[in-house]
Design a protein around this ligand. Structure first.
Ligand SMILES: [Zn+2]
Length: 378
C-alpha cells in the first residue's frame, strides 16, 4: 500500500493518478506543466489576448464572406460551449451554425438551456439524433470492453457531424469551447482518449458489439487530418484569449437567457454524468473533480483551500446516482448486476485493444514536415 501524497500547490494526488510525480517542494508535474504552458502563452487573459481575439474574429468574418455561416461549433449544453456561443453570436457578431448531438441521454435541464440559449442568440441549431439502437449498442460495447473513456462514440459522432457540415457549407472555422482556464489539468493516466481512432472503435465493436454501426456518422483520424490539412478547416479556441472565469460566465449566461448551471463540469448529459462521477471513480479510482478544481487553482479562480473543501463534499447523491445509473443501463440494455460486476473489476487500458499506431506515427511525421516546409496548412 503506497502512502497517500497530495500536491502542495493543487489538489492532484497519487491515488487518483499513479503517473504523478512531485518535485522537491512537493509540487506535482501537472501543476508545473500547466504553469509553464500559461507562461508560454497558452492562456492570455490580457491585452495580448484581446489583440489576438480581435484578429481571430476579423479572420473568421473575412473567411465567412459570401457563405451561409462564419463558423461552426458543437453545443453540448455545458458551460464552455454555451458561454462561447453567447460571446460569439452576441458579443462578437459571428454568424454561427451550432450542432448538438442528442444521443438520448440529455438531461431536461440541458435541453432547456440549449433551446433558450440558441433562441436568445439567434443561432441556427442542428440537432443530430444518432440511430439509438446502434449508438447504444456501441456505447454498451465500450462498457463491456472496460476501458475508461466511454464517451468515445459520443465524441466521434459529434466530430463526424461537425466536419460534415463544415464541408457542406464550406465553413473554414470551428469555434471550440476547449480552454486553458478550466481544463489546463487533464488527467493522463488510464489510457487517454481515442476519440477519432476508428481502429480502436472497430476493435471494441468487433469484440463486444451486437449490432452493426453503419448508420452512425463516424470519422477516422485520417479523415480528420485530411480535413484539417487539405480543406484547411481551422479550430479556434477563443476562450484562451479572455479572462474566462467560471462563476462570472454562469452569471452572465443566467442574466442573458436564464441559463441554469449543473452541479459541476460535464453533468449536462446523464451518460456523461455516470461516466464522470461513477465509472471513473469506482472502476478506475479517478476522482475527476480533482483535475477540474486543480485547473481552476492554476488559472487563479479558486484557492487550494476551497478546492479541498469542495472535495470533502459527497461526489454523487446516492439516490440520484442509482436513478441515473438505472436510466442509463435501461437504455443500454445492460443488467445492473452485470454492470456492478464490471465496475468491481480493475479497468482496462485502451492499449489492451487495437489502436491506430500508424496514424500516431504518420501524424508526427506530417507535423514535422508541415512545420519545416510550411506546406499543406491553410
Ligand atoms: Zn499539483
Amino acid at each position: 500500500m503506497k502512502e497517500f501524497r497530495r500536491c502542495t500547490k493543487c489538489v492532484m494526488d497519487n491515488m487518483s493518478d499513479e503517473t504523478i510525480t512531485f518535485d522537491e517542494n512537493g509540487v506535482c508535474n501537472y501543476f508545473l506543466e500547466a504553469v509553464e504552458q500559461m507562461n508560454s502563452g497558452s492562456y492570455l487573459p490580457n491585452e495580448e489576448g484581446k489583440k489576438r481575439l480581435k484578429e481571430m474574429i476579423l479572420q473568421i468574418k473575412k473567411d465567412g464572406e459570401g457563405k451561409d455561416y462564419d463558423c461552426l461549433m458543437g453545443i453540448s449544453g455545458g458551460l464552455d460551449s454555451s458561454y462561447l456561443a453567447y460571446l460569439g453570436a452576441v458579443k462578437w457578431g459571428l454568424r454561427i451554425m451550432a450542432v448538438h448531438v442528442d444521443d438520448g441521454f440529455d438531461t431536461e435541464l440541458a435541453k432547456q438551456n440549449i433551446k433558450n440559449l440558441c433562441a436568445a442568440c439567434n443561432i441556427d441549431l442542428k440537432v443530430i439524433t444518432p440511430d439509438a439502437e446502434q449508438f447504444n449498442d456501441l456505447t454498451r460495447a465500450f462498457i463491456l470492453a472496460e476501458v475508461a473513456d466511454l464517451a468515445t462514440p459520443q465524441d466521434n459522432v459529434l466530430f463526424a457531424c461537425l466536419y460534415g457540415y463544415a464541408k457542406e457549407h464550406n465553413i473554414k472555422h470551428f469555434l471550440s469551447g476547449g480552454n486553458f482556464a478550466l481544463e489546463c489539468i487533464l488527467q493522463k493516466s488510464k489510457g487517454g482518449t481515442n476519440t477519432m481512432d476508428m481502429v480502436h472503435i472497430r476493435d471494441v465493436h468487433r469484440k463486444f458489439g451486437t449490432k452493426p454501426m453503419d448508420k452512425l456518422p463516424m470519422m477516422t483520424n485520417w479523415q480528420r487530418l485530411w480535413n484539417v490539412k487539405i480543406h484547411g478547416i481551422h479550430t479556434n479556441r477563443p476562450l484562451n484569449y479572455i479572462d474566462y472565469n467560471r462563476n462570472r460566465a454562469i452569471q452572465e449566461l443566467k442574466d442573458f437567457c436564464g441559463f441554469t448551471y449543473y452541479e459541476a463540469k460535464h453533468l449536462e448529459n446523464t451518460l456523461t454524468k455516470v461516466v464522470q462521477l461513477y465509472w471513473y471513480y469506482n472502476k478506475f479510482g479517478v476522482d475527476k473533480r480533482k483535475s477540474h478544481l486543480s485547473s481552476m487553482i492554476v488559472s487563479g479562480q479558486m484557492t487550494r483551500e476551497d478546492a479541498l473543501k469542495e472535495l470533502e463534499k459527497p461526489m454523487y447523491d446516492e439516490t440520484l446516482m442509482n436513478r441515473d445509473i438505472d436510466e442509463v443501463l435501461a437504455k443500454l440494455n445492460l443488467e445492473r448486476k452485470t454492470f456492478d460486476d464490471i465496475v468491481a473489476r480493475p479497468g482496462k487500458l485502451s492499449s489492451d485493444y487495437k489502436t491506430d499506431k500508424l496514424f500516431v506515427w504518420a501524424n508526427r511525421m506530417i507535423s514535422i514536415i508541415v512545420k519545416d516546409k510550411k506546406v499543406l496548412v491553410k
